[in-house]
Design a protein. Structure first.
Length: 364
Protein backbone atom coordinates (compact mmCIF):
# COMPACT_ATOMS: atom_id res chain seq x y z
CA UNK A 1 0.00 0.00 0.00
CA UNK A 2 1.24 3.50 -0.83
CA UNK A 3 2.02 5.62 2.22
CA UNK A 4 -0.10 8.73 2.72
CA UNK A 5 1.81 11.99 2.21
CA UNK A 6 1.84 14.65 4.93
CA UNK A 7 -0.05 17.92 4.74
CA UNK A 8 -3.50 18.84 3.38
CA UNK A 9 -4.72 16.59 0.57
CA UNK A 10 -6.67 17.64 -2.50
CA UNK A 11 -9.95 15.83 -3.24
CA UNK A 12 -10.76 14.49 -6.69
CA UNK A 13 -13.70 13.33 -8.78
CA UNK A 14 -14.92 9.82 -9.51
CA UNK A 15 -15.25 8.27 -12.95
CA UNK A 16 -19.02 8.54 -12.43
CA UNK A 17 -18.83 12.29 -11.89
CA UNK A 18 -16.65 12.71 -14.99
CA UNK A 19 -19.04 10.61 -17.10
CA UNK A 20 -21.97 12.67 -15.85
CA UNK A 21 -20.33 15.95 -16.84
CA UNK A 22 -19.37 14.51 -20.25
CA UNK A 23 -22.97 13.32 -20.71
CA UNK A 24 -24.34 16.79 -19.97
CA UNK A 25 -21.95 18.43 -22.44
CA UNK A 26 -22.48 15.89 -25.20
CA UNK A 27 -26.28 15.80 -24.90
CA UNK A 28 -26.45 19.61 -24.97
CA UNK A 29 -24.28 19.62 -28.09
CA UNK A 30 -26.42 16.94 -29.74
CA UNK A 31 -29.37 19.32 -29.46
CA UNK A 32 -27.69 22.70 -30.01
CA UNK A 33 -24.60 21.79 -32.02
CA UNK A 34 -22.39 23.64 -29.56
CA UNK A 35 -20.23 22.58 -26.61
CA UNK A 36 -19.86 24.65 -23.46
CA UNK A 37 -16.82 24.32 -21.19
CA UNK A 38 -16.46 24.14 -18.23
CA UNK A 39 -19.47 21.97 -17.36
CA UNK A 40 -21.13 22.14 -13.94
CA UNK A 41 -23.02 19.22 -12.39
CA UNK A 42 -24.74 18.65 -9.04
CA UNK A 43 -23.38 15.74 -7.00
CA UNK A 44 -25.56 13.57 -4.70
CA UNK A 45 -24.65 15.65 -1.61
CA UNK A 46 -25.20 18.99 -3.32
CA UNK A 47 -21.65 19.94 -4.37
CA UNK A 48 -21.40 21.61 -7.79
CA UNK A 49 -17.96 21.02 -9.32
CA UNK A 50 -16.96 22.22 -12.77
CA UNK A 51 -15.23 20.07 -15.39
CA UNK A 52 -13.16 21.28 -18.33
CA UNK A 53 -13.82 19.39 -21.57
CA UNK A 54 -10.79 17.67 -23.09
CA UNK A 55 -12.13 16.53 -26.46
CA UNK A 56 -15.35 17.28 -28.32
CA UNK A 57 -16.82 15.98 -31.56
CA UNK A 58 -20.12 16.48 -33.38
CA UNK A 59 -21.22 13.93 -35.96
CA UNK A 60 -24.29 13.47 -38.14
CA UNK A 61 -26.28 11.74 -35.38
CA UNK A 62 -24.02 11.87 -32.35
CA UNK A 63 -22.01 14.12 -30.05
CA UNK A 64 -19.00 13.10 -27.97
CA UNK A 65 -17.36 14.86 -25.04
CA UNK A 66 -14.47 13.71 -22.89
CA UNK A 67 -12.98 14.73 -19.55
CA UNK A 68 -9.61 13.91 -18.00
CA UNK A 69 -10.23 12.40 -14.58
CA UNK A 70 -8.59 14.26 -11.71
CA UNK A 71 -8.42 12.04 -8.61
CA UNK A 72 -6.80 14.78 -6.53
CA UNK A 73 -4.04 13.45 -4.28
CA UNK A 74 -5.44 9.92 -4.22
CA UNK A 75 -3.19 7.22 -5.78
CA UNK A 76 -6.05 6.09 -8.01
CA UNK A 77 -5.23 3.94 -11.06
CA UNK A 78 -7.72 5.92 -13.13
CA UNK A 79 -6.18 9.31 -12.31
CA UNK A 80 -5.51 11.04 -15.63
CA UNK A 81 -7.76 8.68 -17.59
CA UNK A 82 -9.86 10.12 -20.43
CA UNK A 83 -13.56 9.47 -19.77
CA UNK A 84 -15.70 9.87 -22.92
CA UNK A 85 -19.44 9.79 -23.48
CA UNK A 86 -21.07 9.60 -26.90
CA UNK A 87 -24.76 10.52 -27.02
CA UNK A 88 -27.01 9.31 -29.84
CA UNK A 89 -30.78 9.55 -30.33
CA UNK A 90 -32.54 6.54 -28.80
CA UNK A 91 -35.71 4.64 -29.59
CA UNK A 92 -38.80 6.68 -28.61
CA UNK A 93 -40.12 5.68 -25.21
CA UNK A 94 -37.02 3.77 -24.09
CA UNK A 95 -35.52 6.58 -22.05
CA UNK A 96 -31.79 6.43 -21.29
CA UNK A 97 -29.93 3.34 -22.53
CA UNK A 98 -26.37 2.67 -21.34
CA UNK A 99 -23.71 0.98 -23.45
CA UNK A 100 -20.09 0.05 -22.77
CA UNK A 101 -17.66 1.56 -25.25
CA UNK A 102 -13.96 0.76 -25.44
CA UNK A 103 -12.29 0.48 -22.06
CA UNK A 104 -15.49 0.02 -20.03
CA UNK A 105 -16.15 -3.44 -18.64
CA UNK A 106 -19.15 -5.75 -19.01
CA UNK A 107 -20.60 -7.78 -16.12
CA UNK A 108 -20.19 -11.55 -16.66
CA UNK A 109 -20.87 -12.96 -13.17
CA UNK A 110 -23.79 -12.80 -10.78
CA UNK A 111 -23.56 -11.11 -7.40
CA UNK A 112 -23.00 -7.50 -8.40
CA UNK A 113 -25.49 -4.63 -8.38
CA UNK A 114 -25.82 -4.99 -12.16
CA UNK A 115 -27.26 -7.81 -14.25
CA UNK A 116 -25.03 -10.10 -16.32
CA UNK A 117 -24.40 -8.52 -19.73
CA UNK A 118 -24.82 -4.96 -18.47
CA UNK A 119 -22.08 -2.35 -18.93
CA UNK A 120 -20.14 -1.79 -15.71
CA UNK A 121 -21.66 1.60 -14.99
CA UNK A 122 -22.71 1.48 -11.36
CA UNK A 123 -26.16 2.50 -10.06
CA UNK A 124 -25.31 5.94 -8.65
CA UNK A 125 -23.44 7.12 -11.77
CA UNK A 126 -26.43 5.91 -13.81
CA UNK A 127 -28.75 7.98 -11.62
CA UNK A 128 -26.52 11.03 -12.03
CA UNK A 129 -26.34 10.61 -15.81
CA UNK A 130 -30.10 10.12 -16.06
CA UNK A 131 -30.57 13.29 -13.99
CA UNK A 132 -28.51 15.48 -16.35
CA UNK A 133 -30.28 13.96 -19.36
CA UNK A 134 -33.62 14.87 -17.75
CA UNK A 135 -32.33 18.37 -16.96
CA UNK A 136 -31.21 19.04 -20.54
CA UNK A 137 -34.29 17.36 -22.03
CA UNK A 138 -36.58 19.62 -20.01
CA UNK A 139 -34.57 22.72 -20.92
CA UNK A 140 -34.74 22.03 -24.67
CA UNK A 141 -38.10 20.21 -24.79
CA UNK A 142 -36.44 16.94 -25.84
CA UNK A 143 -37.87 13.46 -25.19
CA UNK A 144 -34.76 12.33 -23.32
CA UNK A 145 -34.67 9.07 -25.29
CA UNK A 146 -30.92 8.67 -25.79
CA UNK A 147 -28.18 6.05 -25.95
CA UNK A 148 -25.13 6.84 -23.81
CA UNK A 149 -21.94 5.02 -24.74
CA UNK A 150 -19.25 5.45 -22.10
CA UNK A 151 -15.61 4.82 -23.03
CA UNK A 152 -12.28 5.06 -21.23
CA UNK A 153 -9.03 5.43 -23.14
CA UNK A 154 -6.68 2.57 -22.19
CA UNK A 155 -9.41 1.28 -19.88
CA UNK A 156 -8.75 -2.37 -20.68
CA UNK A 157 -5.13 -2.02 -19.57
CA UNK A 158 -6.12 -0.02 -16.48
CA UNK A 159 -8.63 -2.71 -15.50
CA UNK A 160 -5.80 -5.21 -15.05
CA UNK A 161 -4.66 -3.09 -12.09
CA UNK A 162 -8.10 -3.33 -10.47
CA UNK A 163 -10.24 -6.16 -9.05
CA UNK A 164 -12.52 -6.17 -12.12
CA UNK A 165 -11.16 -9.36 -13.74
CA UNK A 166 -11.61 -11.27 -10.47
CA UNK A 167 -15.14 -9.91 -10.05
CA UNK A 168 -16.04 -11.04 -13.56
CA UNK A 169 -16.11 -7.54 -15.05
CA UNK A 170 -14.34 -7.99 -18.37
CA UNK A 171 -13.09 -5.63 -21.07
CA UNK A 172 -12.35 -2.56 -19.02
CA UNK A 173 -12.86 -0.55 -15.87
CA UNK A 174 -16.07 0.26 -14.00
CA UNK A 175 -17.70 3.68 -13.85
CA UNK A 176 -17.91 4.18 -10.10
CA UNK A 177 -18.79 6.58 -7.32
CA UNK A 178 -21.51 6.96 -4.71
CA UNK A 179 -20.80 10.60 -3.84
CA UNK A 180 -18.93 11.72 -6.98
CA UNK A 181 -15.97 12.70 -4.80
CA UNK A 182 -12.67 10.87 -4.32
CA UNK A 183 -11.45 11.26 -0.73
CA UNK A 184 -7.65 10.77 -0.82
CA UNK A 185 -6.44 7.63 0.93
CA UNK A 186 -9.91 6.77 2.24
CA UNK A 187 -9.37 3.16 1.08
CA UNK A 188 -13.12 2.96 0.47
CA UNK A 189 -12.65 1.61 -3.05
CA UNK A 190 -10.46 -1.23 -1.77
CA UNK A 191 -12.92 -2.22 0.96
CA UNK A 192 -15.82 -1.90 -1.49
CA UNK A 193 -14.07 -4.38 -3.79
CA UNK A 194 -13.65 -6.85 -0.91
CA UNK A 195 -17.39 -6.64 -0.30
CA UNK A 196 -18.22 -7.14 -3.97
CA UNK A 197 -15.86 -10.13 -4.03
CA UNK A 198 -17.87 -11.75 -1.23
CA UNK A 199 -21.11 -10.99 -3.09
CA UNK A 200 -19.81 -12.62 -6.28
CA UNK A 201 -18.57 -15.69 -4.38
CA UNK A 202 -21.97 -16.15 -2.71
CA UNK A 203 -23.92 -15.61 -5.92
CA UNK A 204 -21.82 -18.20 -7.71
CA UNK A 205 -22.27 -20.83 -5.01
CA UNK A 206 -18.67 -21.03 -3.81
CA UNK A 207 -18.05 -23.00 -0.62
CA UNK A 208 -14.76 -21.38 0.35
CA UNK A 209 -13.14 -17.97 0.05
CA UNK A 210 -9.75 -16.73 1.18
CA UNK A 211 -8.50 -13.35 2.31
CA UNK A 212 -4.75 -12.81 2.21
CA UNK A 213 -2.43 -10.03 3.31
CA UNK A 214 -0.23 -10.05 0.21
CA UNK A 215 0.64 -11.69 -3.10
CA UNK A 216 2.98 -14.33 -1.61
CA UNK A 217 0.40 -15.69 0.81
CA UNK A 218 -2.35 -15.39 -1.80
CA UNK A 219 -0.41 -17.49 -4.31
CA UNK A 220 0.23 -20.21 -1.73
CA UNK A 221 -3.37 -20.34 -0.47
CA UNK A 222 -4.86 -20.42 -3.97
CA UNK A 223 -2.54 -23.24 -5.06
CA UNK A 224 -2.93 -25.13 -1.77
CA UNK A 225 -6.72 -25.33 -2.05
CA UNK A 226 -6.96 -25.07 -5.86
CA UNK A 227 -9.33 -22.12 -5.51
CA UNK A 228 -10.70 -20.20 -8.50
CA UNK A 229 -9.84 -16.53 -8.88
CA UNK A 230 -13.26 -15.42 -7.69
CA UNK A 231 -12.64 -17.15 -4.34
CA UNK A 232 -9.65 -14.91 -3.62
CA UNK A 233 -10.58 -11.74 -1.71
CA UNK A 234 -8.05 -8.91 -1.83
CA UNK A 235 -7.97 -8.39 1.92
CA UNK A 236 -4.56 -6.72 2.19
CA UNK A 237 -4.42 -4.77 5.44
CA UNK A 238 -8.20 -4.55 5.76
CA UNK A 239 -9.04 -7.58 7.89
CA UNK A 240 -11.81 -5.62 9.58
CA UNK A 241 -13.35 -4.58 6.26
CA UNK A 242 -13.51 -8.24 5.22
CA UNK A 243 -14.68 -9.74 8.51
CA UNK A 244 -17.43 -7.22 9.27
CA UNK A 245 -19.02 -7.79 5.85
CA UNK A 246 -18.44 -11.57 5.94
CA UNK A 247 -20.20 -11.70 9.32
CA UNK A 248 -23.43 -10.56 7.64
CA UNK A 249 -22.80 -12.38 4.34
CA UNK A 250 -21.10 -15.67 5.27
CA UNK A 251 -19.91 -18.64 3.23
CA UNK A 252 -19.26 -22.18 4.53
CA UNK A 253 -15.49 -21.77 4.83
CA UNK A 254 -13.12 -18.83 5.26
CA UNK A 255 -9.33 -19.04 5.04
CA UNK A 256 -7.09 -16.21 6.20
CA UNK A 257 -3.53 -16.32 4.86
CA UNK A 258 -0.69 -13.98 5.56
CA UNK A 259 2.84 -13.27 6.60
CA UNK A 260 4.00 -13.78 10.16
CA UNK A 261 4.15 -10.06 11.00
CA UNK A 262 0.68 -9.18 9.68
CA UNK A 263 -0.92 -12.19 11.36
CA UNK A 264 0.85 -11.40 14.63
CA UNK A 265 -0.96 -8.06 14.59
CA UNK A 266 -4.22 -9.85 13.84
CA UNK A 267 -3.50 -12.21 16.74
CA UNK A 268 -3.08 -9.15 18.97
CA UNK A 269 -6.60 -8.05 18.01
CA UNK A 270 -5.80 -5.46 15.34
CA UNK A 271 -8.19 -5.44 12.36
CA UNK A 272 -6.24 -2.80 10.41
CA UNK A 273 -2.88 -4.38 9.63
CA UNK A 274 -1.19 -1.39 7.98
CA UNK A 275 2.22 -0.56 9.46
CA UNK A 276 1.14 3.01 10.12
CA UNK A 277 -1.88 2.00 12.17
CA UNK A 278 -0.81 -1.11 14.13
CA UNK A 279 2.47 -2.47 15.44
CA UNK A 280 3.85 -5.87 16.41
CA UNK A 281 4.09 -6.33 20.19
CA UNK A 282 7.51 -7.95 20.67
CA UNK A 283 6.91 -8.34 24.41
CA UNK A 284 3.88 -10.48 23.60
CA UNK A 285 5.97 -12.64 21.25
CA UNK A 286 8.56 -13.05 24.00
CA UNK A 287 5.82 -14.13 26.41
CA UNK A 288 4.47 -16.68 23.92
CA UNK A 289 7.97 -18.07 23.38
CA UNK A 290 8.46 -18.33 27.15
CA UNK A 291 5.28 -20.43 27.37
CA UNK A 292 6.69 -22.65 24.62
CA UNK A 293 9.78 -23.26 26.73
CA UNK A 294 12.20 -20.73 25.24
CA UNK A 295 15.28 -19.90 27.27
CA UNK A 296 15.68 -16.40 28.80
CA UNK A 297 18.26 -15.38 26.18
CA UNK A 298 15.84 -16.05 23.32
CA UNK A 299 13.10 -14.12 25.12
CA UNK A 300 15.40 -11.12 25.53
CA UNK A 301 16.46 -11.31 21.88
CA UNK A 302 12.81 -11.29 20.92
CA UNK A 303 12.04 -8.17 22.96
CA UNK A 304 14.80 -6.24 21.18
CA UNK A 305 14.22 -7.67 17.68
CA UNK A 306 13.82 -5.32 14.73
CA UNK A 307 11.19 -7.32 12.83
CA UNK A 308 8.64 -10.05 13.41
CA UNK A 309 10.35 -12.21 10.79
CA UNK A 310 13.56 -12.05 12.79
CA UNK A 311 11.64 -13.52 15.75
CA UNK A 312 10.14 -16.21 13.54
CA UNK A 313 13.59 -17.31 12.39
CA UNK A 314 14.86 -17.41 15.97
CA UNK A 315 11.88 -19.54 17.02
CA UNK A 316 12.33 -21.91 14.08
CA UNK A 317 16.03 -22.27 14.86
CA UNK A 318 15.08 -23.31 18.40
CA UNK A 319 12.41 -25.72 17.16
CA UNK A 320 9.55 -23.77 18.75
CA UNK A 321 6.18 -23.68 16.88
CA UNK A 322 5.58 -19.96 17.37
CA UNK A 323 3.88 -19.58 13.97
CA UNK A 324 1.30 -22.23 14.96
CA UNK A 325 0.57 -20.32 18.17
CA UNK A 326 0.14 -17.07 16.23
CA UNK A 327 -2.19 -18.86 13.81
CA UNK A 328 -4.22 -20.16 16.78
CA UNK A 329 -4.43 -16.71 18.38
CA UNK A 330 -5.35 -15.11 15.04
CA UNK A 331 -8.05 -17.75 14.58
CA UNK A 332 -9.55 -16.84 17.94
CA UNK A 333 -9.53 -13.14 17.08
CA UNK A 334 -11.16 -13.76 13.70
CA UNK A 335 -13.79 -15.95 15.36
CA UNK A 336 -14.45 -13.15 17.85
CA UNK A 337 -14.89 -10.65 15.00
CA UNK A 338 -17.27 -13.04 13.22
CA UNK A 339 -19.30 -13.47 16.44
CA UNK A 340 -21.91 -16.19 15.94
CA UNK A 341 -21.35 -16.63 12.20
CA UNK A 342 -21.48 -20.31 11.28
CA UNK A 343 -18.44 -20.88 9.11
CA UNK A 344 -15.42 -23.13 9.14
CA UNK A 345 -12.33 -21.01 9.72
CA UNK A 346 -8.62 -21.59 9.29
CA UNK A 347 -5.51 -19.43 9.33
CA UNK A 348 -2.29 -20.12 7.42
CA UNK A 349 1.01 -18.38 8.16
CA UNK A 350 3.23 -18.10 5.08
CA UNK A 351 6.87 -17.03 5.13
CA UNK A 352 8.51 -14.74 2.60
CA UNK A 353 9.63 -17.73 0.55
CA UNK A 354 6.00 -18.75 0.06
CA UNK A 355 6.15 -21.70 2.46
CA UNK A 356 3.61 -22.75 5.07
CA UNK A 357 5.12 -22.27 8.54
CA UNK A 358 2.06 -22.28 10.79
CA UNK A 359 -1.65 -23.12 10.70
CA UNK A 360 -4.73 -23.45 12.85
CA UNK A 361 -8.41 -24.30 12.45
CA UNK A 362 -11.50 -23.21 14.32
CA UNK A 363 -14.87 -24.79 13.64
CA UNK A 364 -18.03 -22.70 13.98
Amino acid sequence: MIDKPSGPLRRGWTTGACATAATKAAFSALITGEFSSPVSIVLPKGEQPEFVLHHTENGVDYSTASIIKDAGDDPDVTHGAEISVTVRPGIPGEGVVFKAGYGVGTVTKAGLALEIGEPAINPVPRQMMRAVVAEIAEKFKHSGDVVLTVSVAKGEALAKKTWNPRLGILGGISILGTTGIVIPYSCSAWIHSIHRGIDVARANGLQQVAGCTGSTSEKFVQNHYQLPDEAMLDMGDFAGGLLKYFRKNPLPKLTIGGGFGKLTKLAQGHLDLHSGRSQVDFSLLAELLKKLGANPQLCEQTKSANTANEVLKLAQKSGLPLADVIAQQACLMVRKALRNTETQLNVLVINRQGELVGEAENES
